[in-house]
Ligand binder design. Sequence first.
Ligand code: ZN
Ligand code: FE
Length: 761
Amino acid sequence: MFTIEYRIWGVVQGVGFRPFIARLAFENHLTGHVYNLGGGVCITVTGQADDLDSFGRGIIDGKPQPSEIVHLEKRILEEVRNYPDFTISESAEGENDIVFISPDLSICGNCEKELSNPSDPRYGHPFISCMECGPRYSIIDRIPYDRDNTSMVEFDMCEFCTHQYTSSEERRFHAQTISCHHCGPQLEYSGKEKEQCFGTAALRKAIEALNNGNIVAIKGIGGYHLACSALDEGAVRRLRLLKGREAKPFAVMFRDLDEIKRHCMVSEEESQLLQGKEKPIVLLEQKDSSILEEVSKGSRFTGCFLPYTPLQELILIETPPLVMTSANISDSPIIKDNYEMLAMLGGSLDGVLYNGRDIRTSIDDSVIKTVDSDVQFIRRARGYVPLPVYIKGTGKQYKGDILATGGQTKNTFCLSKQSDRMSGNLAYLSQHIGDLDNLRTYDSYLHNIEHMKTLMKVNPERICCDLHPGYASTSYAEGLGTELIKVQHHYAHVASVMAEKGIYDEVIGIAYDGTGYGTDGKIWGGEFLICSPSGFRRAAHLRYIPMPGGDSSVREAWKSAGAYLYSAGLEGYIRDERWGLLKKALDNGLNIVDSSSMGRLFDAVSSILDISHTANFEGESAILLENKAAEYMKLEDNKNISPYGFDIEDINGVYNINMNNCIRKIVEDKFSKVDITAIAFRFHRAVAELTAETCRMLRDKYGISKVAVSGGVFQNGVLFLMVLSELRRNGFEVFYNTVVPPNDGGISLGQTFAGIFKEGR
Ligand code: ZN
Ligand code: FE
């Protein structure tokens, strides 16, 4: 007999967790007790080793659908405790400032059944929900999570709902979002001609409009979507004009999994992700060309997702697959308020389907893909936020609260709180905020910081921000007048992996990125940093290339190409007529910044190969280059092709990776009409090879064989997999992001990690 104590933190209160534990203990013949403790639960169980094992597995595998475990501690007690049976005890008092708020949950199986059952009182109710499903984070004003503290406060429960809400045997016992046809929010539809209808008529009208190739704004969980048939080329084109979005692929919502499988390849992992309670957008490789070019815009991947609200289910059973894109205009935040959406009616927007349940916090759909049998976040938002990341303390961690203000583009911020009881920190990462260049996005950034500080009871005394003097998040941080720690961008990328994976010893950190401000004032982005929780040293990087325009050349691959060719002594091969001006700037050193960016190297090669000279959005040129390499990989007999060469030079103790020979070979191959896909592939191989070679040299020098990789360039799946396999083949243990994005959306977690382990002034 043994006695084990579990302490579990996360969304475990008010979700049926304790009764579940009691049942599980009974099934496994265990005695003991369970009680709420602070923001978590404490369980003590006594029994046979086998039964205890099966109990432990059962907690993870069988936990109630709406619960979430953020951190679990297990210890075997020295003395066996004997209990007569298993009981649920009254809550013990304790530290109560640890907050876990549930993310928004997609409609559950039981509610789906009721929704489609004509004899159910909630048949066809577009806002059906229960203890296990419905909006949470997006409607909450303050804690505790009670109906009166959410935007459901506007809707008085009818007698029927009140009865279910107060009956402990009902599955809607204490379900704060409970409602029915009589007392819940009502659908409304406003058309372009000012026509208006309500309830079922509103739903019919919206479906009819969508089936007729019109664009309809549909209110969802975290904001409005702009929707139109994904099979109607004209409609999708008009949607692009309306959004001011010319070339980014659109996500498509499908009725069910089978429908997705008709268009895309779906692995077992992907199908689980698609159907999980978070219902993210999953990037899937297309099967054939059945998805309209106007939707996918040349991308190999289509963002696919399933309906996650009852309303979306009601619509999708009667329409073709729908393009469902966040309702925003040119990079502004997603629209959440009715008045604002209705003001846009007219022109290409044919109708608005809305309701009176307010959205308190706007939150976009999450976007993920699978790679290396794991998940990679592109955008972390609905379904995941505001679950915190647990960061274990070392005894030397900072004890106060921290705000990390994030980067500039794809911004998120992060609030962190230290807990003695948990001997560590909880880092609450915000939802994807967006690009802070946009004034309205910046406003929503400020609003969200305040909202989340209140919700999570965090009062930051230490602020972390990027080194870049031009970032809005940096100026904001500087203006707060509190202790400020500036964290180098690429160290923050690597630290985000360390935070996720609990790495406290030294690692070789690799950050391949677009741009980030270096400690020497130059633009970094092809970096090898020796990192520990307390700091980093730069050990290797791509050799600096004088880059015209600095940060502003992110969409202009032709400039990167010119700069790289010029540096490699291949000026004669520059075809671009704008080169003359650039050369003048380079010769005179005007508006030139040295750059070691990996993103710019990919841009340069894309342009040299005439694949893309100007990107419509950040990263596009590199994505198109990746597509070529992927095309080549589909061919037989590609295994023996060798990577292009490169040189690594030791300059004052820092390895500089010189790509001149690689660039020269690329130009030669292109000149002698070697297939572009083969060149693109060999280039990718070269980058994977230089990564492994540099790591081998650093292992010899520093004796470190753990590697953490991050940075936006690793969204390139072809490169990412090549790098992983090269590193593993060379005996390295490799870590990468699976909880936050490797792009700048993960920066704030890394800043937080650095802030926690930085000694104070
Ligand atoms: Zn439900
Ligand atoms: Fe970055």
